[in-house]
Ligand binder design. Structure first.
Ligand SMILES: [Zn+2]
Length: 404
């Protein structure tokens, strides 16, 4: 005797919250009566009924006789809040979907930009998150290189990255475990290591912290759209020696102090427009110009921490487009930031942790090397095979229309 499989005894109604729509209306749309919907909303504590994001997915499970059994709000890829009916009352539950983690290798050669190189190399990640992978690598290396200026065609980057996925197939990059790169002729390496104090940090091949006294660039790599140097001044129409570095970025982008220090100037400075100057412990002064606004609490005498916001990108003073004009001065004379901000390494690991670090490093780099070797052996898109001559990011955008 063959039995028909039982038909599901409920319906699933799925839709999304519209912009400005009150939750009451959403629940009524899903078949709850006015009072019932209000009772359900009263039980919500994990979600602010007045502030549910438009576009949030709502699923109601509906029984043909007894009506709505439960309502699910998909608050994030991995977070669901559910209202379950229990007689006349409603019970709220929360579910967090687990992410499973595995490790993948990324290997790329720069033909135009870092994000481009990583986008082509990070085939293990969906296209929508490959840029994140590139930014994650740039963030770890940012004390040693100014990725927006130092990158050259032919530079290479390999990295071991955790990949997190849900059962539903969402994928995102996790922690960067190790990276090796050759950038602008400089060999770089960073390995993630948990210190005896339980802090996870990045260390170079010699066990020195990647963190150092100065950042190499006053803007986050992910925010910079181009970099350019000396050229004809578009407003003064004369050639002049450019005394700093210009980073084009959107107006309002946070500008970071490149090191700890004290504000020695904050205000208007002729063609520089709104400007902040910070004096650092070694006597060096960093100058940030054309700002649209000063950072909170930025005034003469105020102490600033490395990477704290001193202002916002703008186009005040002699500027034709939003960009940051950045200078380094020592005793009033201009210095090349590339040289002045060169970091050779931060604090070394204490001797007691060196052997644990050495073991971790050789395990991670051994794994990384083996995977990269396998990629180069087996796949047509291996690094080094698609190199073509071309300009790297700074050069290709040299013609950008912003001024000194
Ligand atoms: Zn400039």
């Amino acid at each position: 005797m063959v039995e028909e499989p039982a038909a599901p005894v409920f319906d699933l109604r799925t839709d999304t919250i519209h912009s400005g729509e009150p939750l009451l209306a959403v629940l009524q749309r899903h078949g709850l009566g006015h009072d019932e919907a209000n009772r359900a909303i009263a039980e919500l504590s994990l979600l602010d009924a007045r502030r549910v994001r438009a576009g949030t997915e709502v699923v109601a499970q509906v029984h043909p006789d007894s009506g709505v059994l439960n309502v699910t709000f998909q608050l994030a890829i991995d977070r669901v809040v559910k209202l379950i009916r229990s007689g006349d009352t409603w019970v709220e539950t929360e579910e967090r979907l687990p992410w499973s983690v595995d490790t993948v290798a990324v290997a790329g050669v720069v033909t135009s930009t870092l994000t481009d190189a990583v986008a082509r190399a990070a085939g293990e990640f969906p296209a929508s998150v490959r840029t994140d992978v590139a930014y994650r690598i740039a963030q770890v290396l940012e004390y040693r290189v100014d990725m927006s200026r130092d990158l050259r065609v032919g530079d290479s980057i390999v990295a071991l990255v955790e990949r997190e996925s849900t059962a539903k197939g969402h994928v995102r990059p996790g922690r960067l475990l190790a990276t090796r790169a050759s950038i602008g002729g400089q060999a770089l390496e960073a390995v993630r290591f948990e210190t005896a104090g339980g802090e996870e940090m990045y260390y170079d091949a010699e066990g020195k912290s990647m963190r150092a006294a100065f950042l190499r660039a006053p803007l986050e790599f992910s925010r910079i759209s181009s970099v350019y140097g000396s050229r004809k001044h578009p407003i003064l129409k004369t050639w002049r020696q450019h005394t700093g570095v210009d980073y084009a970025a959107r107006s309002g982008t946070p500008v970071r102090s490149i090191g700890d220090g004290r504000v020695v100037f904050a205000g208007w400075k002729g063609g520089y427009g709104r400007t902040v100057e910070v004096r650092h412990a070694n006597g060096m002064v960093s100058r940030y110009a054309h700002l649209s606004a000063l950072g909170a609490g930025i005034r003469v005498g105020a102490p600033v921490k490395i990477a704290s916001t001193v202002g916002r990108v703008g186009m005040t003073g002699l500027a034709t487009g939003p960009h940051l004009h950045f200078e380094i001065l020592v005793n009033g004379s201009h210095r090349d930031p590339r040289v002045a901000l060169k970091n050779v390494g931060g604090e070394p690991l204490p001797a007691s942790q060196r052997s644990a670090f050495a073991m971790r490093r050789s395990a991670l780099l051994g794994d990384l090397n083996a995977r990269v070797y396998a990629m180069q052996d087996g796949t047509p898109s291996a690094p080094g095979q698609s190199s073509r001559p071309g300009n790297v990011r700074p050069a290709e955008t040299r013609a950008a229309g912003a001024s000194n």
